[in-house]
Design a protein around this ligand. Structure first.
Ligand code: GTP
Ligand code: MG
Length: 197
């Protein structure tokens, strides 16, 4: 997939305010700081289209990016970050759940998981929740930079083991780095295949 244009067209706190024109959309979700915004910038070949920060909790709204005038890429707040305070955490997680349940034009949710750290219970809960609600998803292991290659490989194998316990067929799994573009072309090819009219 070649990116010809990409721009932020709306930022909303509620799914009801999001664009209503039903273009196919791919959403990026995951724990706070997992690298959602960074990955989107690399996929879209823009340095700071989606806002990146060392501090978790940078993305606070549902951001729609219109790509090639045809599809939406959606950046969402992270889940599972305790430091923002219980009320904010609950508000973001509700926003995220409601969004995922009320957008029939979602063709794939990319669930991002940090390849540098062991698989977290909250990520497995999220995978089960997506399955339970029959929301199509793919898993993306992020931050698999050269220097984390061994540990990323170990966590990749552990993820497969864990998924095989619950799933007869595994979802697509991508291993990426926003720092060295590992896996980026593969992801773009996949996005093109699922959003093709
Ligand atoms: P929130 O919006 O706060 O939930 O975070 P996010 O998931 O959008 O993460 P973001 O893209 O803001 O990145 C968080 C931190 O991870 C930043 O310090 C990034 O530089 C770093 N990061 C993102 N991608 C990579 C990567 O591929 N490799 C490494 N080593 N660091 C990364
Ligand atoms: Mg973000």
């Amino acid at each position: 997939m070649k990116i010809r244009s990409a721009s932020l067209i709306s930022s909303n706190a509620h799914y009801k305010m999001c664009p209503q024109d039903l273009k196919p959309e791919v959403a990026f979700i995951g724990r706070s700081n997992v690298g959602k915004s960074s990955l989107m910038n690399v996929l879209l070949q823009r340095k700071q289209l989606a806002r990146v920060s060392k501090m978790p909790g940078k993305t606070e709204l549902i951001h729609h990016f219109l790509v090639n005038d045809q599809i939406y890429f959606v950046d969402l707040p992270g889940y599972g970050w305790a430091q923002v305070g219980h009320a904010t955490k609950m508000k973001w997680e509700k926003m995220l759940r409601e969004y995922l349940l009320h957008r029939p034009n979602i063709v794939t949710v990319f669930l991002l998981i940090d390849a540098k750290i062991p698989l977290q219970a909250i990520d497995l809960e999220c995978i089960s929740w997506l399955g339970q609600h029959q929301i199509p998803f793919a898993i993306v292991l992020t931050k698999a930079d050269k220097k984390h290659k061994m540990v990323a490989q170990k966590h990749y194998m552990a993820l497969i083991d864990s998924l095989q316990q619950d799933w007869a067929t595994l979802p697509p799994i991508f291993v990426v780095s926003a720092h060295n573009r590992l896996g980026i072309e593969k992801m773009l090819g996949y996005i093109e295949s699922v959003t093709r009219p």
